[in-house]
Design a protein around this ligand. Structure first.
Ligand SMILES: O=P(O)(O)OC[C@H]1O[C@H](OP(=O)(O)OP(=O)(O)O)[C@H](O)[C@@H]1O
Ligand SMILES: O=c1cc[nH]c(=O)[nH]1
Ligand SMILES: [Mg+2]
Length: 209
């Protein structure tokens, strides 16, 4: 079974509270999502494999650690996932970026995939799928399906706010992936929004409402 972790670092928690505020402006929302994503990248890269390497300091040669060769990809689920890319890439600068376009039908809450573009060697990469919201889990499940269909195996899902329903559904369908969230909220409401949540992440990031 993959990991499930709530990233409870005080800086992450503090910043998340700022963007939950309905009066947080689009500009601030985007900036803070970016900052949280950088902090999350620090946490979710904790188990990256290291290898020994010889380094020569001014005092002589020694064997020390460096991140081993495994290549990395950051894959946002459009649109809202885009808000997390730059912040993550700040700490993972060599990452390639893939995109999966998906929207959720407002009535049925079922996701529709409309775009997939991934690095050609995706099966060899450690993948960080990013999307601020894990609600019913439908979009995350379909995104991981799309990745696995193309050979991806090493997948971590990173979000800001998760509903218990979404975590359960994603873990049941894809028990092998690791899930990281900044918060595990109370529930989904009848419209499929996370409560207390932060509202519609895409609209708040891009100012489309
Ligand atoms: O877990 P689920 O029930 O599938 O819901 C979560 C999805 O809904 C939101 O995207 P949305 O469909 O609003 O698209 P957008 O990012 O373009 O606004 C969010 O960014 C997730 O992708
Ligand atoms: O609360 C929610 C649920 C799905 N998508 C969002 O943007 N917010
Ligand atoms: Mg949206």
């Amino acid at each position: 079974m993959g990991k499930f972790e709530v990233l409870d670092h005080p800086l992450i928690q503090h910043k998340l509270t700022l963007i939950r505020d309905k009066n947080c402006s689009t500009k601030e929302f985007r900036e803070i999502v970016n900052e949280i994503s950088t902090l999350m990248a620090y946490e979710v890269s904790r188990d990256m494999p290291l290898q020994d390497v010889e380094v020569e300091t001014p005092m002589g040669k020694t064997i020390k650690k460096q991140i081993s060769g495994k290549k990395v990809a950051i894959v946002p689920i459009l649109r809202a996932g885009l808000g997390m890319v730059d912040g993550m890439a700040e700490l993972l600068p060599v990452a390639r970026i893939g995109h999966i376009g998906m929207y959720r039908d407002e009535e049925t809450l079922k996701p529709t995939e409309y775009f997939v573009k991934l690095p050609s060697d995706i099966s060899e990469r450690q993948i960080f799928v990013v999307d601020p919201m894990l609600a019913t889990g439908g979009s995350a499940i379909m995104a991981v399906d799309a990745l696995k269909k193309r050979g991806a195996r090493d997948i971590k899902f990173c979000c800001l706010v998760a509903a218990p329903e979404g975590v359960e559904a994603l873990r049941e369908t894809h028990p092998d992936i690791d899930i990281y969230t900044a918060a595990l909220d109370e529930k989904l409401n009848d419209d499929g929004y996370i409560v207390p949540g932060l509202g519609d992440a895409g609209d708040r990031l891009f100012g489309t409402k």
